[in-house]
Design a protein around this ligand. Structure first.
Ligand SMILES: Cc1cc2nc3c(=O)[nH]c(=O)nc-3n(C[C@H](O)[C@H](O)[C@H](O)COP(=O)(O)O)c2cc1C
Length: 145
């Protein structure tokens, strides 16, 4: 299916969760997670972003439903974080929000700017409203403060 700009839309499943990082989380440990994600995610058609700040993770995963669900299961069981809380789990017919990011690490202080940029660039209204909801959620939570 094509949208107004002629770009193709598809059924996209996305999961958003937050969690508490293990105590030993440092730059090196973070880079290891991102390297694993960048290695695995393209093979499973998964894109998204990982936010880290104040010991809290916030991750957006999008792609085919089965792949996103299996990855989320695997991530949830990872001992490098705990208290994994699922915030959103949804199927939508739209474009990917972060089509070029296999998994991008974003600092907490930059996340609002990243989401606002994505919202301004978004070409369909569903994308815009998803991002707007995400920003609102973020502004309520610990990462937005
Ligand atoms: C906060 C967090 C986010 C993660 N995100 C991803 C991811 O997007 N993709 C991925 O393959 N693994 C991710 N992982 C790592 C997985 O939990 C798991 O360790 C990895 O997929 C196993 O890969 P391996 O068998 O090659 O070590 C993440 C781990 C943590 C703690």
């Amino acid at each position: 299916m094509q949208n107004d700009e002629g770009q193709s839309t598809q059924s996209i499943h996305h999961i958003v969760y937050c969690s508490k990082a293990a105590h030993h989380m440092d730059k090196e440990a973070l880079e290891k997670i991102i390297a694993t994600a960048k290695h695995h995610n393209p093979r499973f058609g998964i894109t998204g972003l990982l936010v880290f700040g104040s010991g809290i993770f916030f991750q957006w995963l999008e792609g085919p439903k089965d792949n996103v669900s299996s990855l989320y299961k695997m991530i949830s069981a990872d001992s490098r974080h705990s208290d994994v809380v699922l915030l959103t789990k949804e199927d939508e017919f739209r474009e990917r929000l972060f089509p070029n990011w296999d998994m991008e690490l974003v600092a907490a202080e930059d996340i609002s700017a990243v989401l606002e940029d994505a919202m301004h660039e978004a070409s369909d209204s569903k994308q815009k409203s998803t991002l707007s909801n995400m920003l609102q959620e973020l502004n309520k939570g610990p990462l937005g403060k």
